[in-house]
Design a binder for this molecule. Structure first.
Ligand code: ZN
Length: 296
């Protein structure tokens, strides 16, 4: 893979260009670097494809499908582990926000199974999906879900001004070209006082539960962002979603945060991580992996 397809971006959270390379990361990423921002501690692949190139890669390489037959795909979201985590996100959302009968926009709707759960009588939500893969949009069409084929930023730029009670980013924000850009666009489509549910599988600064080779890989800019609770809170606050609830992520595989849309993020706290603590965390993880799990 030629390096010249990548551009060096500043920190996607705070804009700083002072990025530290995590020394062990290239070992797991085919020689490619992973960075932590020295100003705010956000972990990110600073070298990324342009938004257009990344979208093309997702459509052509990862969701590689000639037709809508799910079984032929390289990746499918209909495996039990994915259904389990989506169920967790829905239950956590429903615990904290009254969603029955409300409207929801799922950003990165994939094959629509999250929307199926929300359309069911228990929640009876009026759901809409935004999805860059045209193959997945064909599946959404088949399932009867209104959808927009494209990215969140494209939808916000082209929308008719429709707003939703809830937006969801379920294991999606880590795959975007710019996390802050997607959250800013999400803010535009959520009603005043509405909510964002944001779910991911953070391992940053948490007890690590899997060997590093299962966490980092060569396809680094398809998953350029690695969230700690602090980084995700700051990203949401900056975009104008005040965090009102989070799950007990320290001993869970999941991290789910719920934000309430406020007019502007000005004045909301922006918690940081110490970049050197983050590097040290990865080095400990690397030592554990190499000592005990390198051959797995
Ligand atoms: Zn930063």
């Amino acid at each position: 893979m030629s390096q010249d397809i990548f551009t060096l971006y500043p920190c996607d959270l705070c804009g700083s260009t002072e990025l530290i390379e995590i020394p062990c990361a290239p070992h797991y990423m085919d020689g490619r670097p992973l960075h932590v921002c020295s100003a705010c501690g956000f972990v990110q692949a600073a070298y990324r494809r342009t938004p257009e190139a990344l979208q093309k890669m997702w459509a052509e390489e990862i969701y590689r499908a000639d037709d809508a037959k799910i079984s032929d795909k390289t990746y499918t979201a209909r495996i039990p582990a994915v259904v389990a985590r989506q169920t967790f996100a829905i239950e956590f959302l429903a615990e904290n926000v009254d969603i029955k009968g409300k409207s929801l926009c799922d950003i990165g709707a994939g094959e629509g199974q999250f929307l199926e759960m929300l359309r069911a009588p228990r929640f009876d939500m009026d759901v809409f999906g935004i999805e860059p893969s045209t193959e997945n949009c064909a599946i959404l069409d088949e399932l009867g879900f209104a959808n927009f084929p494209g990215t969140m930023e494209e939808y916000a730029a082209n929308s008719d001004g429709r707003t939703f009670d809830v937006a969801s980013l379920i294991w999606t924000l880590e795959n975007c070209q710019s996390a802050s850009g997607v959250l800013a666009a999400a803010h535009d489509v959520v009603k005043p006082g509405g909510h964002l549910v944001m779910a991911t599988g953070s391992r940053i600064l948490m007890p690590f539960k899997k060997p590093l080779q299962y966490y980092l890989g060569p396809n680094v800019d398809a998953h350029p962002f690695h969230f700690s609770a602090n980084a995700l809170t700051s990203l949401m606050h900056k975009a104008g979603f005040k965090v009102i609830a989070h799950n007990r992520f320290i001993d869970s595989d999941y991290m789910v945060l719920i934000g309430e849309r406020v007019e502007s993020g000005d004045g909301l706290p922006l918690p940081k991580d110490d970049g050197h603590d983050v590097v040290d965390f990865f080095e400990r993880w690397h030592r554990e992996t190499q000592t005990h799990y390198a051959d797995w």
